[in-house]
Write a protein of this length. Structure first.
Ligand code: NAD
Length: 497
């Protein structure tokens, strides 16, 4: 018997009635463990109505009471890290230690949002004209929605809802239909923390839900994280309907290794960042750009590490890399091990030969393609799996050109001992997040996260100060407390005097 996963609307579990559902698998066993309800338009409207009603009281709740609720949310998520991590592993497949890391990074966003009284401070100018003061305030938008990808089923929702609700909005989450369990668990924690019913809602489903959120006039803003084609669609459709939209897309992250780099350190970083979470991270390293004569020793050092990567079920503490999320995704990733060599790359490690491949789970071992060029599919596509490519280039200038000509601009890293070269790269590369000898430069919660080019559509990055900005609108008040002695009719344009 598969278990059912429903919606969370108005502070309670609501079983879907649309008659449409989708399967949720345990990627380690291939077993279909859950059936998730797909909401109808009416069910989405129910959630929007619940959020609209809750918004009225929540936006009027004092900052200290809102902060209080966020501190309780923080404590409850902290206490339940293992349960959340386990749900992630059982539905996504990533190893438990990695899932726990995801929860820890998500917690940073909740911790940031506990500072909301400070974050929402406005500006004040006394005496902008005689007897007149001006001040700016930031107010919530109303009902806002978040649409999230499969690869971080707990953290990415936290990127969004922590700031959104702290700012006084009511939030509707549409999680990935592939691993929706963690968001339902978190919804219960938010209620337990004292968040009023309707301030946080979860509506499960597919495009039907997304399209309704995009067109409903009561939804004021949409945050999206997922693949580039959908991000572009969300941005274009949402803005056409007059909404504020931030839509983060896919990635192809390059790790540039200069000839002076520490080869062992660079190889450790490439293996960790290329195969961690089975490559299903938007900040995973997908391409190693080996500059000059470091290529041979670097490839050798990477290859030497691959037999030690322990691939297995995510709940086994011995495993370092779990399966891929679905059978279809695994097949797609494995197809690059056909197309790569057919287009001229050298397959130096073939994950299809791993013992676990061929069983019921969605496993693929670690794979390495060498001598990849910019024309090959393995380079052009976001593979989103444990397939690392090595592109060999003769110079720093060629490496930079590759990075800057790539349509994505999420993350990149440079490995070198030369501070001047690193600084030049930081100055010249057209990418939103840059690591210097750091392969996965995900900003901490008090900065903001976002790529450039096809990795982000919109103006603001996600979480941190940009998140507060995104979920509020500014109001500027100009006030005079009348002194009857100075009052007079004046039809001229207001001026300072
Ligand atoms: P996806 O684009 O397939 O799905 C993301 C969300 O959009 C899901 O909730 C899904 O249900 C919904 N969706 C899918 N197809 C839709 C459609 N046609 N119309 C409306 N909604 C639709 O992405 P995914 O496979 O879940 O996640 C992996 C992708 O997310 C990768 O491309 C990865 O790079 C990207 N990602 C980016 C970031 C970032 O910060 N830039 C972070 C994590 C993941």
């Amino acid at each position: 018997m598969t278990e059912r996963i429903g919606h969370w609307i108005g502070g309670k579990l609501v079983t879907g009635e649309s008659g449409r559902t989708g399967p949720v698998f345990d990627p380690a066993t291939g077993e279909r463990t859950h059936e998730v309800d797909f909401a109808s338009v009416d069910e989405v409207d129910l959630a929007i109505e619940a959020a609209r009603e809750a918004f009225v009281g929540w936006r009027a709740t004092s900052l200290s009471k809102r902060a209080d609720v966020l501190f309780r949310i923080r404590d409850l998520v902290d206490q339940h890290r293992t349960e959340i991590g386990t749900l992630i592993t059982q539905q996504h497949g990533k190893v438990l230690s990695d899932a726990m890391g995801e929860v820890a990074r998500g917690l940073e966003n909740i911790e940031f949002a506990t500072g909301i009284p400070h974050l929402l401070k406005g500006g004040f100018s006394e005496q902008v004209s005689t007897g007149v003061d001006t001040y700016s305030i930031r107010q919530p938008l109303g009902v806002v929605a978040g649409i999230t990808p499969f690869n971080f089923p707990a953290m990415v929702p936290m990127w969004m809802f922590a700031n959104a609700i702290a700012c006084g909005n009511a939030f509707i989450l549409k999680p990935s239909e592939k691993d929706p369990g963690a968001s339902m668990f978190v919804a219960e924690l938010l209620k337990e923390a004292g968040l009023p019913d309707g301030v946080f809602n979860v509506v499960q489903g597919d495009r039907v839900v997304v399209d309704r959120l995009l067109e409903h006039p009561e939804v004021r803003a949409l945050s999206f994280v997922g693949s580039t084609p959908i991000a572009r669609y969300i941005y274009e459709t949402g803005t056409k309907h007059g909404k504020r939209v931030q839509a983060l897309g896919g990635a192809k992250n390059h790790m540039v290794v200069l000839p002076d780099a520490d080869v062992e350190m660079a190889a450790d970083a490439a293996v960790s960042a290329g195969y961690g979470s089975a490559g299903e991270r938007c900040m995973a390293i997908s391409v190693v750009v080996a500059v000059g004569d470091i290529a041979d020793p670097l490839v050798e050092a990477i290859l030497a590490r691959l037999p030690d990567v322990r691939v297995g079920p995510g709940m086994d503490p011995e495993s370092e890399m779990g399966p891929l999320v679905t059978r279809e995704h695994r097949e797609k990733v494995a197809s690059y091990l056909e197309s790569g060599p057919a287009q001229g790359a050298e397959l130096v490690a073939d994950g299809r030969t791993h013992d676990r491949v061929g069983g019921e789970g969605f496993f693929l071992g670690v794979s390495l393609l060498d001598h990849v060029t910019a024309e090959m599919d393995a380079y052009r596509d976001e593979i989103f799996g444990p397939v690392l490519s090595v592109v060999r280039v003769p110079s720093y200038a060629e490496a930079l050109r590759l990075v800057n000509e790539n349509p994505y601009g999420n993350g990149t890293a440079i490995f070198t001992r030369d501070g001047g070269a690193a600084r030049r790269f930081q100055f010249e590369c057209e990418v939103g997040m840059v690591g210097v000898n750091v392969p996965i430069p995900v900003p901490v919660g008090y900065y903001s996260f976002g790529g450039w080019k096809h990795s982000l559509f919109g103006d603001t990055h996600m979480y941190g100060p940009d998140g507060v900005h995104f979920y509020t609108k500014q109001k500027v008040v100009t006030a005079r407390w009348p002194d009857p002695g100075t009052s007079a009719v004046d039809l001229g344009f207001p001026r300072t005097r």
